[in-house]
Design a protein around this ligand. Structure first.
Ligand code: PEP
Ligand code: MG
Length: 594
């Protein structure tokens, strides 16, 4: 059902703004969730027709895949195309295709049901297999199963997504967002997901305005409806009237102007009024983003999420050479500033085909836990990072650390890898600093012990918040409980900075809290010395820093630590920002990050 008459605000849809910007254009309804096909019994005389329907769907799926292969080959190279080439072959696999036909005939059922039954059976066998290769292929099978069923239903498929549309979906994956942005879509809105889910992070990285947690959006919008996506305020307006459209076009221009104006701050130092310098660095996910370092004035890369390369490629393994080529470019672009490479943080919501199914993936096999178990992933990545370190200042960051043994075990692998490189006569920085993400409460609580073993801390508030508050960061049902400004989170940050100060190591904060203008003065007051965020936010953060004194931040931090709840903290900071007229109001409008 479409909503018309956009002047009635109640008819607009509200969600959480997770990637700033205003997008205006036609809606594209994207159905990714698996179809559950009903069983229909056919009259024997129409079975032949059903064969033909199946054959037509296969042909359409083949056409899709040819197109996808061509685009992938052109944009991402031959290697990335192989996954789709394999899918193409599976469509006419000699055991699958005839088995579906036989199922239609023997059971007198519709083609969709036959495809679903036969392919699910094969998939389950593959998932249960001991062979990692077969387990990986299980996901491909699901992909083609959905593609064929979509065609049987004549639904539109991803390859047909038009440029300049706004994608509306129940849920998306980080890989979907990458594909959309490459196809030139203007923005996306989903029913599920939270502000720090990796879909949101990816949307920000690709400057794609996005909303999540839009309850029921896929039932409220129809394909082709004109929508305004307000990625600042968290609103979706469906079929706006002329007056609303005009207002939003003005807002869009104002936003773009503000982003431009903020850029006047780029050459200025991130320094408080009393001369305290803060290093502002960038969170990057893809090599393509390196131009943003100078564009937004980043002093280095505070967090390079290396796993996004894998997600983009859709492969379980990217070779040492491929990684080295990427890392070297990033190190060179960031130099003389440092580049902090986080080793693969797989698991959680960053599932790969090779991953095992888990009931609680965020509490399961994730980050350093996977890497220490899978040296075939860790060692090539370490070699690539170390080789890149010969080209400029490089740091290594370990994700999801929860115990000291993990750090010690990692150091043994690092020393061995360094020794191998030395033997091979390959250059690297032997003093490359090793730090850990502080994102599991045990690490913040025992920060003194960890500080003695590592060169730096990087606080990951996205996970720290979910773990300390027991609130899944990607679950819209509990999104209202996910609050990075909770005093308990601040207490853990404070314990971390105290321990770092005592041990004389640096402490950075690279969670989305760094982009929350209300939190910036308090974080400085707590002694964080680097803030790392999506580059687009850096000028606004700098604006806040340049309007405050370090001593003021310390006083605010003392109050925030004893606030009764996040609301009290928020109100206090709203008053402060208003008094200090920081001009960051645009980033404060939203219901989500801002
Ligand atoms: C974090 O947890 O705060 C973080 C920066 O890492 P990620 O969002 O990739 O989990
Ligand atoms: Mg994390």
């Amino acid at each position: 059902m479409s909503t018309s008459g956009s002047t009635i605000l109640d008819s607009d849809l509200h969600g959480i703004a997770v990637s700033p910007g205003i997008a205006i254009g036609p809606a594209y309804m994207y159905a990714r969730v698996s179809f559950n096909v009903e069983r229909r019994i056919l009259e024997p005389e129409v079975v032949e027709e059903e064969y033909e329907r199946f054959e037509r769907a296969i042909k359409r799926a083949e056409r899709d895949l040819h197109k996808i292969i061509a685009v992938t080959r052109e944009k991402l190279g031959e290697d990335s195309a192989t996954i789709f080439e394999a899918q193409l072959l599976m469509l006419r696999d000699h055991s699958l295709y005839p088995e579906v036909q036989a199922y239609i005939k023997n059971h007198n059922v519709n083609a969709g049901y036959a495809v679903q039954t036969v392919m699910s059976k094969h998939r389950q066998m593959m998932e249960a297999s001991d062979s990692e290769y077969l387990r990986e292929r299980a996901n491909d099978l699901l992909d083609i199963q959905e593609r064929i069923i979509r065609h049987l239903r004549r639904a539109r498929v991803l390859s047909a997504i038009d440029e300049k549309t706004i994608v509306i979906a129940e849920s998306l994956t980080a890989a979907d967002v990458i594909l959309f942005s490459r196809r030139g879509v203007l923005g996306c809105a989903t029913e599920f997901g939270g502000p720090t889910s990796h879909v949101s992070i990816m949307a920000r990285a690709l400057s794609l305005p996005a909303l999540v947690s839009m309850k029921d959006v896929s039932n409220q919008v129809e394909n082709g409806d004109i929508v305004i996506l307000d990625g600042i305020k968290g609103e979706l307006i469906v079929n706006p009237d002329a007056k609303t459209l005009k207002r939003y076009k003005t807002k869009q221009r104002r936003y773009l102007r503000l982003i431009q104006e903020d850029k006047s701050l780029v050459p200025l130092p991130a320094e408080t009024l009393d001369g305290h310098h803060i290093s502002l660095q960038a969170n990057l996910e893809l090599r393509e983003e390196i131009e943003q370092l100078s564009e937004y004035g980043a002093e280095g890369v505070g967090l390079f999420r290396t796993e996004m390369l894998l997600l983009m490629e859709g492969r379980a393994l990217v070779t040492e050479e491929e990684q080295f080529a990427q890392y070297k470019d990033v190190v060179e672009a960031s130099s003389p500033g440092p580049t902090t490479f986080r080793i693969l943080d797989l698991g959680g919501d960053k599932m790969l085909p090779m991953a095992h199914r888990e009931h609680n993936p965020f509490l399961g096999w994730r980050g350093i836990r996977i890497m220490l178990d899978k040296l075939d992933l860790l060692v090539p990545q370490l070699r690539a990072i170390l080789r890149a370190s010969a080209n400029g200042p490089t740091k290594i960051l370990l994700p999801m650390v929860s115990a000291l043994e993990e750090v010690r075990e990692f150091k043994v692998v690092l020393a061995k890898t360094m020794a191998e490189l030395s033997e091979e006569g390959i250059a690297y920085d032997p003093d490359v600093p090793v730090g850990i993400m502080v994102e599991v409460p045990s690490v913040a609580i025992s920060a003194d012990q960890f500080a003695a073993e590592v060169d730096f801390f990087s606080i990951g508030t996205n996970d720290l918040t979910q773990y300390v508050l027991a609130v899944d960061r990607g679950n819209d049902l509990v999104a209202h409980l996910y609050n990075e400004m909770h005093p308990a989170v601040l207490q853990l940050i404070s314990m971390t900075t105290e321990a770092a100060k005592k041990a004389g190591i640096s402490v950075s904060l690279c969670g989305e809290l760094a982009t929350n203008m209300r939190a910036v003065p308090v974080l400085l007051g707590l002694g964080v010395d680097t803030l790392s965020a999506s580059p687009i936010y850096l000028p606004a953060i700098k604006r806040v820093i340049r309007a405050m004194k370090q001593s003021e931040g310390q006083a605010l931090a003392q109050k925030a630590l004893v606030a009764s709840d996040a609301g009290e903290f928020r109100d206090m900071m709203d008053r402060w920002l208003e008094e200090h007229a920081c001009g960051v109001s645009f980033f404060l409008e939203g219901a989500g990050l801002a």
